[in-house]
Design a protein around this ligand. Structure first.
Ligand SMILES: *[C@@H]1O[C@H](CO)[C@@H](O)[C@H](O)[C@H]1NC(C)=O
Ligand SMILES: *[C@@H]1O[C@H](CO)[C@@H](O)[C@H](O)[C@H]1NC(C)=O
Ligand SMILES: *[C@@H]1O[C@H](CO)[C@@H](O)[C@H](O)[C@H]1NC(C)=O
Ligand SMILES: *[C@@H]1O[C@H](CO)[C@@H](O)[C@H](O)[C@H]1NC(C)=O
Length: 392
């Protein structure tokens, strides 16, 4: 009893005993013994506690090590502003909530036009026989259109003036979305212009858009003057230069994304205020940057990064190629419908050509459902070849 207690005390005493000030110098064999046991302890420790932190990783293991950046303190994540936290929480919730189930899902065809639509007769042919699977909305910014197709009668929504390249263009797109969202059956929202024509029959277009859960929003990184060169630092902190993207305005988006466009005030206001033609010595066009940048930031995996509306910029002019009546042949239309890669060209000196294959639900497929720009005079030839090239 007494010995046991003394032993325990002894241990304790030894632990708290101050180290002797003058150690006798260690002799050779003892010194080696100490070193060997120290190394053994480290090795046993390394065996029992496999490296988790990069520190021990560096000392004990040659594999499983990460990069040198693991040694550095993590780059601080930018602190979000109140507005940003609020915007992101709403957007996340919309993306997480299951899409509205409709017994009769429809595609909303939204036409952005100054006035009368020259290809209504072609669209009439396209829509015929599919009456319960689509809706039509027309935003005519200059004059009230004269409609020749029954599908377009009563499709005009309240509209306002649209100035090329200004935020009023985005406002018109939002107005079309707001009107089309009122019908809960609308599941896909396609933006088209007066110079757009269909490239396939209705069933093909319907299945292409409905049987996937991504939106076809054009989006690419252009470091040149017509891309990031248009960025203004006034968009900070919410829109950073590295996130600034470019893309054609002609989109097709799923319902959740359309609701997000309605809900967004924060990012929209940034573009409204700081992406304008002739601002700070540069021309920024919101319709080419707002949606690509927004969706790149909030749902990059939810967008295809190409537009389903084909346009030919290969002539390298200020405007894309526009097809006249004599250009419209079966061969031309077949050529456009068979394209299965998207092309983006940067506007810097390098003029880098980015070619990406189009994947639809993981399968290589042709990219385009619609095409622009066609002169009104091309209508008769289009009507003539339409039934031939849209057999699929
Ligand atoms: C789309 O649906 C697939 C399964 O059908 C799923 O794996 C994928 O995460 C979905 N993508 C998005 C962006 O919702
Ligand atoms: C679109 O581009 C982003 C990168 O910006 C990428 O993460 C995403 O996977 C792309 N979308 C598809 C459907 O490939
Ligand atoms: C169609 O594509 C072929 C092969 O790329 C090309 O030689 C031909 O000129 C094109 N025709 C038209 C009308 O665009
Ligand atoms: C369309 O196809 C039919 C039958 O294959 C053919 O007779 C006709 O010449 C074609 N028309 C055009 C404009 O290619």
């Amino acid at each position: 009893m007494k010995t046991a207690k003394a032993w325990r005390l002894g241990i304790g005493d030894f632990q708290i005993m101050p180290a002797p000030r003058h150690r006798p110098p260690l002799k050779g064999p003892v010194w080696i013994l100490v070193l060997v046991s120290f190394v053994s302890v480290l090795l046993i420790g390394a065996y029992i506690y496999p490296p988790r932190s990069s520190g021990s990783c560096y000392v004990f293991s040659s594999n499983g090590c990460k990069t040198i950046s693991d040694w550095l303190p993590p780059i601080p994540v930018r602190e979000f502003t109140d507005d940003e936290i609020a915007a992101r929480v709403v957007i996340k919730d919309i993306l997480r909530s299951p899409p509205i189930q409709s017994k009769n899902p429809k595609i909303a065809f939204m036409f952005l036009t100054p006035g009368t639509l020259p290809f209504e007769r072609l669209w009439d042919k396209f829509f015929h026989g599919h009456e319960d699977r689509f809706t039509v909305y027309v935003h005519a910014s200059r004059e009230k259109p004269v409609h020749v197709s029954r599908y377009f009668v009563d499709s005009d929504i309240r509209s306002d003036k649209v100035a090329w390249g200004k935020i009023s263009m985005v406002d018109a797109e939002r107005r079309l979305l707001a009107n089309a969202l009122q019908d809960p059956d609308n599941q896909q929202f396609v933006l088209l212009s007066d110079s757009c024509v269909p490239l396939h029959n209705f069933d093909y277009v319907y299945n292409y858009l409905m049987d996937t859960n991504i939106s076809f929003i054009d989006c690419f990184d252009d470091p040149g003057p017509h891309g990031t060169g248009r960025y203004s630092e006034h968009m900070l902190p919410e829109v950073e230069k590295k996130d600034f993207r470019k893309g054609a305005q002609w989109f097709s988006m799923k319902r959740q994304h359309a609701v997000i466009v309605m809900a967004d005030v924060l990012y929209y206001t940034k573009f409204k205020n700081y992406c304008q033609p002739g601002m700070e010595g540069r021309n920024c066009y919101s319709d080419e940057h707002y949606l690509p940048t927004l969706f790149h930031m909030i749902d990059p995996l939810g967008i295809a990064n190409w537009s389903v509306t084909h346009v030919d910029w290969s002539e390298g002019k200020w405007h894309p190629k526009a097809y006249r009546a004599q250009d419209v042949t079966y061969e031309l239309m077949k050529n456009i419908t068979s394209i299965d890669e998207s092309i983006h060209v940067t506007s810097d000196e390098k003029k880098e050509v980015q070619i990406k294959p189009c994947f639809w639900n993981g399968m290589r497929r042709p990219c385009y459902l619609f095409a622009r720009k066609f002169y009104p005079e091309a209508l008769d030839n289009l009507l003539h070849v339409f039934s031939n090239f849209t057999t699929i």
